[in-house]
Design a protein around this ligand. Sequence first.
Ligand code: NAD
Length: 353
Amino acid sequence: MRILVTGGAGFIGANLVHQLIRDTDHQLLNIDKLTYAGNLQSIAALSDHPRHEFKQIDLCDVSELEYVVATFRPEAIMHLAAESHVDRSIDEPGDFVATNVVGTYNLLRSVHSYWRTLGEQEQSHFRFLHVSTDEVYGSLTASASPFTESSSYLPNSPYSATKASSDHLVRAWGETYRLPVLVTNCSNNYGPYQFPEKLIPVVILKALRGESIPVYGKGENVRDWLHVEDHCRGLRVVLEKGIPGETYNIGGDQERTNLDLARSICGLLDEISPRSDGVSHDDAIIFVEDRPGHDFRYAIDASKIRDELGWKSMQAFEQGLRSTITWYLENRKWWQSILDGSYRLDRLGGPSS
Ligand code: NAD
């Protein structure tokens, strides 16, 4: 199958294209703007692969988008490109509206005008999979039931509001134009290639560099952690077996407070990479001023994808954390080039494969 992946130089997208190349015969066109969050090093191993092509394309560039869709002739879209960091959305919401809302609209329009030219059978087999977040459902109290696919949309941050908008656009293109769309809403991902501004890599890298480990507020906020490999398998299952027009929640069933999570990482690092002074890494944890509008808790009820499509998360959390820490220890060049900014030099020449 020919699949157009958007955002495939980002964290989840890079893991997805690696998994698709490893486990399937699909032909991939990977398009990505290469913002600060896109990193060609994450997909360097695929640069000469005959089933993977990369093009540097901005979803806001409609004519480029229309051109690649018409020439690649995809049979499916896996749409992951987005501005994704909540803190940045508070400082610069305009980029989030441009990419997450207008970019998704541009993609829907380009794909729809291509899809209309297909025969009936090709049209019905076509899939547009939109990857979204549990943050669109807002915040849970400690005792509330996890989010289901019928939970109300109550986004609180500029990030989640723009993702909610994009979910609604995708739904509308399914209802109004009959484009065969699927939406997934997942919980917090972790694993290799995650940009070092997100909680788990922040804790690992601050600890390894002997810096203070910042935790928002009192560290009581709860997130439901999903290993990125499990998430990517879930996306493939939804693409293959999901019913157009439906939404599927994908979660890891691993709720942790941020403080417990930071302490678990420090405990594993004490074992794998102890400090030279013999003090535990968790000695470096400090509490910093809370994020404005910080959602207290997210948790996903993944029973629909489990019961209807046969997916479940496989990765035990402690094991997943351990392998993630090991990955960061073994891939210092990858994150050091981000910390010193040199990872952006390879994009100055423009598109590369
Ligand atoms: P990321 O920030 O690591 O990667 C996003 C990618 O999109 C980057 O490579 C970036 O260059 C690209 N991009 C940004 N703007 C673009 C534009 N205008 N045109 C083309 N490409 C553009 O994000 P991620 O963590 O990999 O998340 C992928 C998707 O999954 C996003 O849609 C996000 O909302 C969703 N999601 C992520 C998580 C998580 O825990 N990481 C949880 C729920 C949902």
